[in-house]
Design a protein around this ligand. Structure first.
Ligand code: TYC
Length: 101
């Protein structure tokens, strides 16, 4: 008699859910000096000088620019730290966050 036993399927597909990412957005204003914005981007977001210049100029000309994406907690923390640092120096510079589409 032919052996017709079947084995249960045991293989599984593992999918790792990634946390949704949030953008940190640099908002333009008329008062914060360009050099201060660049210095802050380098210090808080660890972007190199040339990239900091591009981000600053994009916000300056378009009104806002995405700086980087992080998990929600990190995005909110960095955005708050950077905005607080600007306040401590008397500037109205603003960083906001929003979920990535
Ligand atoms: N607009 C500012 C100025 O002319 C410079 C600036 C750039 C400020 C980007 C904020 O997010 C900003 N001094």
């Amino acid at each position: 008699m032919a052996d017709t036993h079947t084995r249960p399927r045991t293989s599984t597909v593992t999918r790792t859910a990634r946390p949704p990412l949030h953008k940190v957005i640099l908002v333009n204003d008329d008062f914060t000096p360009r050099e201060f914005v660049v210095r802050l981007l380098k210090a808080e977001f660890r972007v190199p000088e040339a990239q900091a210049q591009v981000i600053m100029l994009t916000a300056h000309t378009k009104g806002a620019c995405v700086v980087a994406v992080f998990t929600r907690e990190v995005a909110e923390e960095k955005s708050k730290r950077a905005t607080d640092f600007a306040r401590e120096h008397g500037y109205p510079l603003l960083f906001t966050t929003e979920p990535e589409e």
